[in-house]
Design a protein around this ligand. Structure first.
Ligand code: V47
Length: 363
């Protein structure tokens, strides 16, 4: 087994881990040691609380011209299953979420060439007008770049307009994997990793916080994973605008990658836990919240990940479509009581939070 003693010493003396350290960790099979290191750092930095939010996803459309090879959610215009929600349908969903006690709406969709900037803006204005206390975590950096392109406004102007309309923060989607060569293979028509980071930098500069994601378990290498996390860390040093990091577990069903025999299976449990743990170790001191997203990891693995460096389990979610289109077997909705039960049974303290990580209630 490889020697991790230098890394153990660095972690214990709070020294920053570098690319080579990250690579050694990713290549290591000593999961219990890596997990224990990450769990220790988690305990030191954020304690025993595990955060969750009462939230609802609204996916406004699946008509998309990006056609990413890992995505089973998108449809072509007019294709069977293609949809775009009307404002009334969106308001119905917002009402249902509000009645169910949601404090956050996670609104994301697609790069639909038929929708103007005003559609996106109106969603926020209408919901914010009617439900001013609902936080609107809406539109990924990829959608923001798309809105800039179709409206002729700069990214800054787009963000300012959306902020005025009621935007609370940006979700972390669309990060995928930054390495240019790998990105070209899995999402050639998406903005580059560099541009994704630039949009986030602009948002952070305007006081709009965001999350960051990484899609793992497809064709990426260990180098790609470490590079991705470190690029997020570098931006975080500059802006302090990322609130959480979320490794997203690839689901292959119905995707181009699976249909063409490029990736036949999703990541194993070992990969899931190691990715969470390595993220905690590499981001230590920079991003405190590491999410184990139950929709993608499943109930059991997301709970176990709490012992491998994670301190946030996302939320009740209600109505997620992206993972479910790709074969995600987790339920559509996790009642608050169930989240609390899972957290307590991991020996931790359940804490309901707002979209921006303010504490609502400790259970
Ligand atoms: O951007 C697409 C990914 C993302 C697949 O910010 C897939 O709090 C797995 O970003 N298998 C959307 N993943 C989800 C997302 C997210 C989720 C929860 C919380 C937050 C947050 C953000 O899902 C996409 C893409 O990276 N994705 N297809 C798939 N087949």
């Amino acid at each position: 087994m490889e020697d991790l003693s230098t890394i153990i010493n660095k972690v214990q003396s709070s020294e920053e881990l570098d690319f080579e350290d990250g690579l050694l960790l990713m290549k290591s099979m000593n999961l219990s040691l890596i997990g224990a290191l990450a769990d220790n750092i988690r305990k030191k930095t954020v304690g025993d609380r595990v955060m969750f939010v009462t939230n609802c996803h609204i996916n406004y459309s699946n008509v998309c011209n990006s056609k990413c090879k890992f995505c089973a959610y998108f449809r072509e215009e007019g294709q069977n299953g293609a949809f775009t929600l009307s404002m009334d349908e969106i308001m119905e969903k917002a009402e249902k979420a509000s009645n169910n006690g949601a404090t956050e709406l996670h609104i994301v969709g697609s790069l639909n060439p038929g929708l103007p900037f005003e559609y996106y803006e109106e969603i926020l204005i209408k919901i914010h007008e009617k439900y001013p206390s609902l936080s609107l975590k809406a539109y990924t950096a990829v959608e923001i770049a798309h809105l800039s392109r179709i409206s002729g406004m700069s990214v800054r102007e787009v963000l300012l307009r959306l902020k005025k309309a009621g935007l609370t923060g940006l979700p972390g989607g669309g990060g995928e994997i930054f390495n240019e060569k790998t990105r070209q293979q899995v999402c050639p028509d998406k903005i580059s990793g560099e541009r994704w980071l630039k949009v986030m930098e602009t948002a952070h500069g305007l006081g709009i916080k965001s999350n960051a994601t990484m899609l793992y378990g497809h064709i990426e290498t260990h180098e790609d994973i470490v590079d991705h996390i470190l690029r997020i860390r570098e931006l975080q040093k500059k802006t302090r605008g990322f609130q959480a990091f979320i490794p997203l577990r690839f689901h292959p069903d119905n995707t181009y990658l699976q249909k063409n025999g490029i990736v036949t299976e999703g990541p194993t449990g070992f990969d899931d836990l190691k990715t969470i743990a390595v993220a905690r170790l590499l981001l230590n001191g920079h991003i405190n919240n590491i999410k184990s997203y139950w929709v993608m990891l499943g109930e059991k693995m997301s709970q176990i990940a709490l012992a491998y460096g994670a301190n946030d389990i996302d939320g009740t979610v209600m109505e997620e479509r992206i993972t479910h289109a790709a074969g995600g077997a987790a339920p559509e909705y996790m009642p608050k009581d169930r989240l609390i039960h899972l957290i307590r049974n991991a020996g931790r303290i359940p804490v309901e939070r707002t979209s921006n990580y303010e504490i609502i209630r400790e259970y």
